[in-house]
Design a binder for this molecule. Structure first.
Ligand code: ADP
Ligand code: MG
Length: 758
């Protein structure tokens, strides 16, 4: 029996899903798999695990597992359910890539979908679990799709073996045909239960015009208007990325200052006095305690919308609450005059924000202040923010795009789908009728696609293919994907894995079409198995597999960790808000350039290029104890360095586990590699990035000026370049390998390392 607090019980009873408990539990009893659709906020994530618990599904025979595509949701939902059930975190727990609080006593376990995929590799039958809930299936994240495919096989297998198991697929939309109508997944379609949410009317207001560039400015103006003119009620704003979120937060805080710990009735004070008081207050406010464990490297694409730091992002820290006076976004064409009489309680919300900061959105705003949450796409379905009456929707989302053939990627802000737009609007009608302000015209809305594409169709799949091969799924093309990836993507993945030695070469008989080759279903090699054990992309796994030569392993682990975290340097090229800030940033930039030159080393190590800079930076930072201060003084992103630290630890454990005599450990006083080690390091890096080779175009070949200082790659017709911030920008070696090509103003190689011409 669950002993809930009265107020919790009361709140639960108001959730639409409570009325469906009987129906849901009966369907679960009668079927191996059940699909549950219910509007965001109807209570799926928080209540269904509790129904199952109370019906005895968590017993000695197995526990309840819940997967989430986002770490934000895994952590916050486990906390919420523990609170509701009045149980400790050792019983209702979570596990995300690097951390968790799972114990022997855990009965309900929230985890990211990637975590469960790894567990399937260890125990294909998932015998720990009596039921698996796949949450947010409508998001169609790659791992969710794969899990559904796998579980469609695992569940019948378990039941055949007399170890009963249930699967519940939960979706916030009714678009579930990809699961239910897919005969390869489920021979007889699983029942679909719809939870009718009590949704109040949401009046949708379209803009007459659609601002093409300055939609953050438009969002700001709209929020100001709502706040000045409309009755109480929270505002939820959808923007595309972390930098935009912080920029709008800053402008709003400036326009409608909210002062914590202070009543808003002290109107007798003069402005000056108020101001000086405010300054003092600001200094005294104690910084919220940040749980550093919550920063870690992400599963492949999660939080990408937050990850463009160094390209165009202003990666603001959680301390920014105190930096109200700092620069504004340059698009501030007109600023509101600060009006402290109507305070606005402004909170940012995005994937990489610390959970403590995220949790603030669930708490009621301070008395007398209106809540305004400025969010990225995370607020669309994963989290429900109480009290929202107004939604401001920019109509856009930031996504990473890959070229299917060349793998070149870029971040692009694109229009959302109509389904997303309607989800966003729906956030306004949870507690009473609401309004949604769309910052685009109805004609533009009419041109949106109906639904968003499944992620698996949009990105390279080499990491998935190796994991699947490791599960002995040889014919990946025959896997019951809810939506299969393109055959080009599968072929490209298989080819890369063959070239890395992770899959066996297909026999070369006659001339086979590429499609047929892909269908040949090359089995995994022993090297491939070792690689699959490392929680990084196959290229980097290959480097780890080769890292034992000449004591190179600690260096390779560090380089791989740093490359996986990707953006370790602070970006000082972003637009500054004031002259003062601009001067400050110029100083910091000079320092950063100087440090990078230092970290690049001398002699042989210079040839390691950007990878030596990574190695030097991590080495120096760890030597100094990996402090925030060191990072700030030397142009490093503190969060990134903490992620690298965690990943180094994890990779070190993985290496020792795969290879019991490796005996590597994390050395925080790592000496720089010797000259001969550098030679080995370059070879190891080349082995992982062998297909990412580029050759400098020689002067005599220069027919077109666009090729000046350009490099030729096997797959691209156009030149790629070494970025001015690269350690090899001046040297321009004849042959280089690169981590990736990213298109910004030009096609730039990132993570460049020189290789010897053979
Ligand atoms: P769904 O999964 O169907 O979208 P949830 O189970 O996540 O719905 O949420 C149900 C309700 O519980 C929501 O109305 C939300 O406001 C409330 N809720 C969820 N998490 C919290 C929390 N951390 N604090 C307070 N209320 C919460
Ligand atoms: Mg949910």
């Amino acid at each position: 029996p669950v002993d809930r607090l009265p107020e919790i019980q009361e709140a639960r009873l108001r959730l639409p899903i409570l009325a469906e408990e009987q129906v849901i539990m009966e369907a679960v009893r009668e079927n191996e798999c059940v699909v549950l659709c219910g509007e965001t906020g109807s209570g799926k994530t928080t209540q269904v695990p509790q129904f199952l618990y109370e019906a005895g599904y968590a017993s000695s025979a197995g526990i309840i597992g819940v997967t989430e595509p986002r770490r934000v949701a895994a952590v916050s939902m486990s906390h919420r359910v523990a609170t509701e059930m009045n149980l400790p975190s050792g019983v209702v727990s979570y596990q995300i890539r690097y951390e968790g609080n799972v114990t022997e006593d855990t009965k309900i376990k929230f985890m990211t979908d990637g975590v469960l995929l790894k567990e399937i590799q260890k125990d294909f039958l998932l015998q720990k679990y009596s039921v698996i809930i796949i949450d947010e299936a409508h998001e169609r994240s790659v791992y969710t799709d794969i899990l559904i495919g796998l579980l469609s096989r695992i569940v019948p297998l378990r039941n055949k073996k007399g170890l009963p198991m249930k699967l519940i697929i939960m979706s916030a939309t009714l678009r579930v045909e990809d699961f239910t109508e897919n005969k390869r997944l489920f021979r007889s379609p699983p029942p679909v239960i719809k939870v009718e949410a009590r949704q109040f009317a949401v009046t949708v207001h379209f803009n007459k015009r659609t601002p093409m560039d300055n939609y953050t400015g438009e969002a700001f103006r709209k929020i100001c208007k709502i706040h000045r003119m409309l009755p109480p009620g929270g505002i939820l704003v959808f923007l595309t990325g972390q930098a935009e979120v912080h920029s709008v937060c800053r402008r709003l805080r400036k326009a409608f200052p909210y002062r914590p710990n202070q009543e808003h009735t002290d109107s007798m004070e003069t402005e000056d006095l108020k101001k000086s008081k405010r300054e003092k207050k600001k200094k005294n406010v104690s910084l919220p305690r940040i749980n550093l464990d919550s920063y870690s490297a992400l599963p492949v694409d999660e939080g990408d919308e937050d990850r463009q730091a160094g390209i165009d992002e202003d990666d603001d820290d959680e301390g920014s609450d105190l930096e109200l006076e700092l620069g504004d976004h340059p698009d501030s064409d007109h600023e509101e005059k600060a009006d402290p009489s109507i305070p606005l309680y402004v909170l940012p919300l995005y994937s990489l924000l610390a959970p403590e900061q995220q949790a603030k959105v669930f708490r009621p705003p301070p008395a007398g202040a209106r809540l305004c949450v400025v969010a990225t796409n995370v607020a669309e379905t994963s989290l429900t923010i109480p009290g929202v009456k107004y939604v401001v929707d920019c109509g856009r989302v930031k996504k990473r795009f890959y070229d299917r053939v060349t793998g070149v990627s870029s971040f692009k802000v694109t229009w959302i789908s109509q389904a997303s737009a309607n989800q966003r609007a729906g956030r306004a009608g949870r507690t009473e009728p609401g309004h949604c302000y769309r910052l685009y015209s109805s004609a533009v809305f009419g041109d949106f696609s109906l639904f968003s594409e499944a992620e698996i169709t949009r990105r390279p799949v080499d990491d998935l293919v190796i994991q699947m091969k490791d599960l002995n799924i040889e014919k990946v093309v025959n896997f019951p994907f809810p939506t299969p990836p393109s055959s080009e993507a599968l072929i490209a993945a298989e080819q890369l894995l063959i070239s890395l030695g992770a899959l066996e070469e297909p026999p070369r008989r006659g001339r086979l079409g590429e499609m047929e080759r892909a269908r040949l279903s090359c089995p995994i090699t022993p090297l491939g198995r070792a690689m699959a054990a490392f929680p990084v992309a196959p290229r980097y796994a290959k480097m780890l597999a080769l890292g034992r030569q000449q004591g190179c392993m600690p260096y390779i682990i560090t380089i791989v960790a740093a490359m996986t975290v990707r953006e370790i340097f602070e970006d000082y090229d972003r637009p500054a808000g004031s002259e003062e800030e601009s001067t400050k940033m110029a100083g910091k930039k000079a320092r950063s350039v100087q440090m990078r030159r230092l970290w690049a080393g001398q002699g042989q190590s210079l040839q390691l290029g950007d990878l030596m800079v990574l190695l030097g930076a991590v080495g120096a930072c760890e030597f100094a104890g990996c402090t925030r201060q060191f990072c700030e003084e030397n142009g490093l992103r503190f969060k990134a360095m903490l992620e690298i630290r965690r990943l180094r630890g994890q990779l070190t454990n993985a290496v020792n586990a795969v290879c019991s005599d490796a005996g590597v450990y994390v050395d925080n006083k790592m000496a720089p590699p010797t000259e001969s080690q550098v030679v080995f390091l370059r070879q190891i890096v080349l082995a992982g990035l062998g297909d990412h080779i580029a050759r400098r175009v020689q002067a005599e070949e220069l027919l077109d000026p666009k090729w000046r200082n350009g490099y030729k790659t096997p797959l691209l017709d156009d030149p790629v370049f070494i970025h001015p911030s690269s350690a090899l920008h001046k040297t321009l070696p004849e042959f280089v390998v690169y981590q990736e090509v990213m298109e910004t103003t030009k096609m730039y190689m990132r993570g460049v390392c020189a290789v010897q011409a053979e």
